[in-house]
Design a protein around this ligand. Structure first.
Ligand code: C5P
Length: 294
């Protein structure tokens, strides 16, 4: 049996706008994703076998919310990899979960991407970079981004990537209020609120320009964060909305919901300030993590 371990990092959406609904039911998005230090640990083992199989084990905080069966995104990724490479081995994926589940932090997508990276390492790179990206897009819209993480502009379904160079390390606190929101439900709420997405959204246009300029210079991120999901999702997640205000009160220069929510994050001026805010929130019974850009 051979084993490799990969870290599966969470992402934050520093900017997220939807430009319209597509014929295939997906939405045309424009988002800036940013990888942070909060991460799951994913170990993948392979052993020779006569027929292909995939088993998943899940440990760590919130593990009960993660399916340890074939519906897990990590298992889907492993099955696709075996089939694409015509392999019949037995794969075991062992995950130590730290990223909150169904929270808009791409935990499931990042685990799937980590499995694809691990398998490509274990079998000595049978798939090229474009082939891996294609396989990743078949697992989920955020999985291609999660293969390499860092900071990227993601468009289309989320799979069309433009890498952005960011010469700064930002400090964050990520917090969840115990609410959850599935991605399909969040999109349904969004459709009900925005219809054809034709209403002008000046905050989105200005936020995007300011964000790209700030990231390019490594400048502070205040006044540039934007997420179109907030007015659709936060009214149903009052705990998240309250946490967003709480983060500001604890010294965040800006706070936003990540992805389709309901996790929220605050940007802090230093690692010490972020750590102090996370400690305070944990003291109040909130699941909160200090994290930084990686
Ligand atoms: O691609 P993924 O499986 O992560 O998407 C989950 C769900 O989110 C889709 O079934 C769809 O309802 C919604 N989605 C969307 N537009 C996107 C990405 C996701 O409507 N660009």
């Amino acid at each position: 049996m051979r084993t490799v371990t990969e870290m599966a990092n969470a992402k934050l959406n520093l900017f997220l706008d939807i430009r319209g609904k597509r014929q295939d039911g997906y939405h045309e998005i424009r988002t800036v994703m940013h990888t942070v230090s909060l991460a799951d640990r994913v170990s993948v083992s392979v052993a020779p076998a006569a027929v292909p199989s995939v088993a998943v084990e899940v440990r760590g905080e919130g593990n009960a919310a993660v399916p340890a069966d074939g519906t897990n995104t990590a298992a889907i990724a492993a099955r696709l990899f075996l089939s694409r490479c015509r392999l019949t081995d037995a794969v075991t994926v062992s995950m130590e979960k730290h990223i909150p589940v169904a929270a808009g932090l791409a935990g499931g997508s990042s685990d799937a991407a980590a499995v694809l990276r691990a398998l490509n390492r274990l079998y000595r790179a049978p798939l090229s970079e474009p082939e891996l990206l294609t396989l990743a897009a078949a697992v989920g819209s955020d999985v291609p981004y999660c293969l390499h993480g860092k900071t990227a502009l993601c468009e289309g379904r989320g799979e069309r990537l433009t890498r952005l160079c960011v010469p700064a390390v930002y400090r964050f606190v990520i917090a969840v209020a115990g609410e959850s929101m599935s991605t399909p439900r969040a999109y349904t709420l969004l459709d009900a609120l925005y219809g054809q997405f034709s209403t002008p959204r000046p905050a989105a246009r200005e936020g995007y320009t300011r964000l790209l300029s700030a990231l390019g210079k490594g400048a502070p991120l205040s006044f540039s964060l934007y997420n179109i999901f907030e007015p659709a999702v936060l009214p149903l997640c009052p705990g998240a909305e309250e946490l967003r205000y709480r983060l500001r009160a604890l010294g965040a220069t800006a706070a936003l919901m990540s992805g389709s929510g309901p996790s929220v994050f605050g940007v802090f001026p230093s690692a010490d300030a972020a750590e102090a805010a996370a400690v305070t929130l944990r003291g109040e019974g909130v699941r909160a993590y200090a994290a930084s850009s990686v």
